[in-house]
Design a protein around this ligand. Structure first.
Ligand code: PGA
Length: 247
């Protein structure tokens, strides 16, 4: 039985004050229905780790460097995140692929760096609207998965998030049927990758997950949780999604 996981991706939002109040509300609710992690901006990680210490809420980063250390101005090494107390890191988010030109090879290097530092990676994959309309969605996500995972030294703690690019921040959500179809396909592709226990791996859906669509998505047998952007900035909405994941 796979345990549900709901991850908040706060993206480039927030201030110390808003992080304090949002975390205060989440910690007060002490959600236990599902595993929960929050991924604030780098500058708020230390604050989040301190606030969440001793609670059931884990903390992750939104990205990490491909390199272990060195002259990489502006980058943050996975080992620095682990040293800070982070447990997870998102790699390959479509906004990184889109705005920073991240290739599958770079995502693979980041994933390896994360695992080497003892962080559990959350690997994001997903097709664009054009790719879906061209009938290429399955091929695109399979290539992203294989590109990031084949040859990895270890895949300890790996979680995969399917996030169709056309559904991120747009208010458009994949239907539970569309999402389930892709999750089942991801599990098929994962089963062929050495070192992956496809049956046990949590597969998250991401892309405009809201309180009113979460329950129907989580009913699908291969959807084990969510990576939540916009709705994770409002404590009540995020907690309602966590509740639906554990129902
Ligand atoms: P969204 O973002 O929930 O705002 O669509 C999801 C994500 O990008 O992880």
């Amino acid at each position: 039985m796979r345990r549900s996981l709901v991850v908040a991706n706060w993206k480039m939002h927030g201030s110390r004050a808003s992080v304090e109040s949002l975390l205060g509300e989440l910690l007060a609710a002490a959600p236990t229905a599902a595993d929960v992690a929050v991924c604030p901006s780098f500058v708020h990680l230390s604050q989040a780790v301190a606030a969440c210490a001793g609670s059931a809420i884990g903390v992750g980063a939104q990205d990490c460097s491909h390199a272990a250390s060195g002259a990489y101005t502006g980058e943050v090494a996975a080992a620095m995140l682990a040293d800070l107390g982070c447990e997870r890191v998102i790699v390959g988010h479509s906004e990184r692929r889109q705005y920073h030109g991240e290739s599958d090879a770079l995502v693979a290097a980041k994933l390896n760096a994360a695992v080497a530092a003892g962080l559990a990676p959350i690997l994001c994959v997903g097709e664009t609207r054009e790719q879906r309309e061209a009938g290429e969605a399955q091929a695109v996500v399979a290539a992203q998965l294989r590109g990031a995972l084949e040859g990895a030294a270890s895949l300890d703690g790996l979680v995969v998030a399917y996030e169709p690019v056309w559904a991120i921040g747009t208010g458009l959500t994949a239907t539970p049927g569309q999402a389930q179809e892709m999750h089942a396909w991801l599990r098929e592709v994962l089963a062929e990758i050495p070192g992956v226990d496809a049956g046990q791996m949590p597969l998250l859906y991401g892309g405009s997950v809201k309180p009113d669509n979460a329950a129907s998505l989580f009913e699908a047998p291969d959807i084990d949780g969510a990576l939540v952007g916009g709705a994770s900035l409002v404590a009540g909405e995020f907690l309602s999604i966590v509740g639906a994941a554990g129902a």
